[in-house]
Design a protein around this ligand. Sequence first.
Ligand SMILES: Cc1ncc(COP(=O)(O)O)c(C=O)c1O
Length: 395
Amino acid sequence: MVLHCEGAWLQTENGRLLDAISSWWVITHGHRHPRIVEAIRQQIGRLDQVIFAGFTHQPAEDLAHGLVEIAPTGLAHIFYSDSGSTAVEVALKMALGFWKNRGVARKRIVALEHAYHGDTVGTMSAGARGVFNAAYEPLLFDVTRLPFPSAGREQETLDALEQSAKEAAALIVEPLILGAGGMLIYTPELLREMAGVCRRHGVLLIADEVMTGFGRTGSLFACDQAGVTPDILCLAKGLSGGSLPLAATLCTREIYEAHYSTDRSRTFFHSSSFTANPVACAAARANLEIWKTEPVRERIATLGTLQEEGLAKIRRDSRFENVRRLGTIAAMELKVPDPGYLAGIGPELTAFFHTQGILLRPLGNTIYVLPPYCVTAAELNLVYDAIVEAAGKFT
Ligand SMILES: Cc1ncc(COP(=O)(O)O)c(C=O)c1O
């Protein structure tokens, strides 16, 4: 049981744990950043929750303006929800609604091999099929799957996209790195080229930045590194600095206008009780202020350097392979006889890391380090020491 948290640390009943995965990739600056905690405290004293249909409030307004300011140019409209899955579900519905309202028969979603977009029915459909969703297969819709653009296979991905593009409603991607699929990295050039194919064929581009948003890949948004403006952008996790559940789906004026009408059949029908919860919006507004007024970008750059220093040991160690980093995220595979997500070693590694006072949660034999930006060099050393020790124990 977790009793308390602060910075990069969790205090459990059984001792301290260094949170090297940012509590499932949500915590950005650190647990309980004082300005976010204070914003929550202030807001709860004024307005805890209110219906957001036909009403608005200051935290939601300020946050919307703040997001439009920092998002890739052209994303001017925002729909709030409360998790990464709902942000993506909303994005898929926006894409389908856009084409339907324009009277164009484009219905097909295109997605990447190994993708993960959430655990609701639509997002599971867009995600890779496997043991996690096999039982729900009868509920899932079919999508066109592009091969993952690993080094040397980029053209295959582009060719497959080109082939499916004429009929596609939207391409959904996790920009630059696929998270739950195994921390698989591809290049900004490829993202730009995929965006180019989408533009040429009028396919909407949905960027799922639920994990990558708010600095994880080294830039505020991963799309920034490719100079790409998607038609729809999904944000959650780090939006509130990871403090409270909140999500936002941003879209272009064209998508907004396709739904904006006195004809109610064109409405974007998605209501969610806690849409734009004022306390969560206030936390996210404080997060944006932190980005504006604290050296967050410098912290991220420093964390990238620290990760590289930690990885230097791993790169020299033949018990690991595919050692890689993107911004603040580092990953590697431990060479084991039965690799893969369901490799028995995953839970064993997690348990071992706990004994070392480290919260890591490998995806099978893929170990990744995704800490909050406040982590220090000394703390990160503890993580890499534990990883090296694990190699000694498990290989
Ligand atoms: C890229 C991506 N999209 C969507 C989600 C779903 O987010 P949530 O767990 O908040 O529903 C995740 C969660 O890890 C994710 O990594």
